[in-house]
Unconditional design. Sequence first.
Length: 354
Amino acid sequence: MRAELSSAAVPARDRFDWFTELIARSLAPTSIRCEEPESFRAEATLLDLGAVQVSAFSYSALRSRRTPTLIRQNDPEQYQLALVTGSPMWIAQRRGESGPVTGDLVLWDTSHPYEAGAPEEGGTVRAVVMQLPRAALPFRADRLDRLLAQRIPAGRGTGAVLAQFLGTVGAHADGCGERELGRLGTAAVDLATACLAERLDVYDDLPAEAREQVLLRQIDAFIDHNLGDPRLTPGMVAARHHISVRRLHLLFQGRPEGVAASIRRRRLEGSRADLLRPELLGRPVHAIAARWGFAGPAVFSRAFRRAYGTTPSELRHGGPWPQDTGPPPAVAEGLRAGSTFLARGAQAGPPGRA
């Protein structure tokens, strides 16, 4: 289940109180104050993934405290792990003090008092918060206490894998059913567990399932980055991750498609999105095919027709179907999917090469 909320829908005089109540309901009751409540702005997206909830917030400068009294009144008994972007925030809990955090991860515990703030007036903090039940993590509390209110780098290792997941999970969850959302929730717990284990230097002690989930996310990121390389094959993917091709195929067994099919689908989705972009109308179809790693125009055209029931040129120019009826259902679905892919950020840049 997904819910999108905005202070814009609330009268200006009530916006700060609305946000305070939203944080109490969605994260934990917290005492919040703001220097300029009349100009306060906030937005939130709440996503229920079964095992965990992931919530994205953007908000103006504020300070917050979770006191012993508030903890006694209501404690969800969670670790909350946030990817912070935009203006920096800080948090202090137990013996930890994060300092200004932006572009990295930070962890806190709802069962202990903390104080936090976003000091930059006029700035906007953006934080994607994963709410992890204490029982979901296989670590003793005294071990995790060492990580509370400590900056966790999001630019390398398992921190980078987790940050990429948190940055894209909202888009990936669009249109998912309950079962698929549950799988995303399980993946979220595995990735968070692996990230924290790496910081605690106990990564090798993790269950095989958690380590495999991290490896799969790293493989996904490598595939996405190298879609433009025509040499991208299961063999190349396996070699770059120091595993056998057989093991790579075993890792993909729980997915609806194999490695080669996944590469082909991602290339087709990327090329389809480019064909629908108005600013690329002057780029030849063969150039788009090459950009996404297809061996040649004929190969691209055949694969495209099999996937979408139309040729790349027909898609770009509206199709050969009568205008009063529009495209057939299968092609209409392809057009909608292409528009969704574009909205999710196909404009982020051309795929890289190894």
